[in-house]
Design a binder for this molecule. Structure first.
Ligand code: NAD
Ligand code: ZN
Length: 360
C-alpha cells in the first residue's frame, strides 16, 4: 500500500474585512515593477466599488473581469494566458482569483498554464503538470464548492469535462472574508451551499472513507445542518460558518472522492451546460436509493428555504443525447467506485442511468 502525499494551502487569512489586508499580503510577493499582479474578478462586481476600490493596484497591475455565466473552458484559459503574456512585460508576479468556484478555477488554471507549454486540455487528468505554477491567490465570494482548498481546477475541454489535478494546483494563499459573500442571491446561495452538503454526504457514505476524510466531513456536515436547518444563526454567523463548511467539505474529499450526484451532474453539465451547484441539486433530489438519509435532509432544506428546482430538463432529449450524458458519467470510474465499491457495474447500467436522467 502506498499512500498519497497531498499538498495543502500553506497560508490562509480568515476574518470579516480581511480583504483589506490584501496589499500587505501581496507586496512581499512582487517580483518587480514590470511583473504585474493580474486580478481575475467575477464581472458581477464590475461596478461594485465597495469591492473593486479595495483591489490594491500598482505599477502594471491589471484587473480582468470575467463572466461566471458559463463554467470554465480549456480554450478560454488558453486565450486568457495568451492575452496576459502579450500584455505583460515580464512574467506576472501572481494571479489573484476573486469570485466563486468558476473564478477560482480560472485563476488556478491560468497560473499553471503561464509556466507550462501547450494547451490547457493537455493537462486535464491526474499529475500531468510538469512545472510549478506562478504564485496564485484565491478569494472566494460565495461558499460551498471547496475550490479554495482543492487540488483540482475543473475545466470543460473539447473531449471531456475533467480537472487539472496536480500538486501545483492548490492556491499559495487564500483569503476568507465572509463579508464578500453578503450579497449572494438566495437561490445561488442554496445551490452552491448544497454542493458542500453533497460533498459531505458523498464522502461520508463512500467506500473510500477514512479517518482523515471523516473528521473533516463530519465537521462540515454539522455546519451545513446548523446553517440550512437551524434557526439560531445571525446572517454573519451563517456566512462565516458556510465559509468554513466549504473549506472542510473540500478537505474531506481530498482524501476520498465524490459520488453518484457528481458523476451524473457532470453529464448534465457537459451536454446541457447545467452549472455545478444547481446540477448537483437536480440530480441529488432523485438519489434516495443511494443516499436515503442525505436526500431526506436535502428535501427538508429545500422546503425550509422555498427552493423550487427546475423540472423536466431531460424530457426532450434524444437517445443519442442520453448516450452522451451516460458516457460522461460512466467515465468517472473513481466516483462510482467510491460510491458503490469495486463491483459498481453490477448496480449501475446504462439503462439505470437513463431511467434516472429521465426523472430529472
Ligand atoms: P460560480 O462561481 O459559478 O458563481 C455562481 C453565480 O454567483 C455567478 O452568477 C456569480 O456571478 C455569482 N456570484 C458569486 N459571488 C457573488 C457575490 N458575492 N454576490 C453576488 N453574486 C455572486 O459558482 P460556484 O457554485 O461557486 O462555482 C461553480 C464552479 O465551481 C463550477 O465551474 C464547478 O466546476 C467548480 N467547482 C470546482 C471545484 C474544485 O475543487 N476546483 C469543486 C466544485 C465546483
Ligand atoms: Zn461539487
Amino acid at each position: 500500500m502506498s499512500y498519497k502525499n497531498f499538498p495543502m494551502v500553506p497560508r490562509v487569512i480568515f476574518g470579516r474585512g480581511s480583504f483589506n489586508q490584501l496589499s500587505d499580503i501581496l507586496t512581499p510577493k512582487r517580483l518587480g515593477i514590470n511583473a504585474p499582479f493580474i486580478f481575475l474578478v467575477d464581472d458581477v462586481f464590475k461596478s461594485n466599488s465597495w469591492l473593486t476600490s479595495r483591489i490594491p493596484l500598482s505599477y502594471e497591475d491589471i484587473i480582468i473581469y470575467i463572466s461566471a455565466a458559463e463554467e470554465p473552458k480549456t480554450d478560454q484559459i488558453d486565450i486568457l494566458v495568451e492575452e496576459i503574456i502579450v500584455n505583460s512585460k515580464e512574467r506576472p508576479s501572481g494571479i489573484i482569483g476573486i469570485g466563486g468556484g468558476t473564478l477560482l478555477d480560472i485563476a488556478k488554471a491560468v497560473s499553471i498554464m503561464l509556466t507550462n507549454e501547450g494547451k490547457a486540455e493537455d493537462y486535464q487528468g491526474w499529475d500531468l503538470v510538469k512545472n510549478e505554477a506562478i504564485y496564485h491567490v484565491g478569494i472566494p465570494t460565495i461558499s460551498g464548492t471547496g475550490a479554495e482548498v482543492s487540488r483540482t481546477t475543473v475545466l470543460t475541454g473539447p473531449e471531456r469535462k475533467l480537472g487539472i489535478n496536480s500538486d501545483f494546483t492548490p492556491f499559495d494563499q487564500v483569503v476568507l472574508d465572509s463579508e464578500l459573500t453578503k450579497d449572494v442571491p438566495k437561490n445561488q446561495w442554496f445551490y452552491t451551499g448544497m454542493d458542500c452538503y453533497i460533498h459531505c454526504i458523498e464522502s461520508l457514505q463512500g467506500t473510500y472513507l477514512n479517518a482523515f476524510s471523516q473528521s473533516y466531513g463530519d465537521m462540515a456536515l454539522e455546519l451545513c445542518k446548523e446553517i440550512f436547518l437551524g434557526d439560531d444563526l445571525t446572517n454573519i454567523e451563517a456566512q462565516e460558518k458556510l465559509m468554513m463548511a466549504s473549506w472542510h467539505g473540500g478537505m474531506s474529499i481530498v482524501y476520498s472522492q465524490v459520488g453518484v450526484a457528481h458523476a451524473m451532474s457532470y453529464g448534465l453539465s457537459y451536454l446541457l451546460g447545467t452549472k455545478h451547484g444547481i446540477g448537483n441539486c437536480i440530480v441529488f433530489n432523485h438519489l434516495d436509493e443511494f443516499y436515503p438519509e442525505g436526500v431526506k435532509l436535502f428535501k427538508e432544506m429545500k422546503v425550509k428555504h422555498d427552493i423550487l428546482l427546475p423540472q423536466g430538463i431531460c424530457t426532450d432529449l434524444s437517445d443519442k443525447e442520453f448516450d452522451i450524458m451516460i458516457d460522461v458519467a460512466l467515465n468517472l470510474v473513481p466516483l462510482w467506485e467510491n460510491a458503490l465499491g469495486k463491483n459498481w457495474k453490477k448496480t449501475i447500467t446504462r439503462k439505470k442511468l437513463k431511467l434516472l436522467y429521465k426523472k430529472m
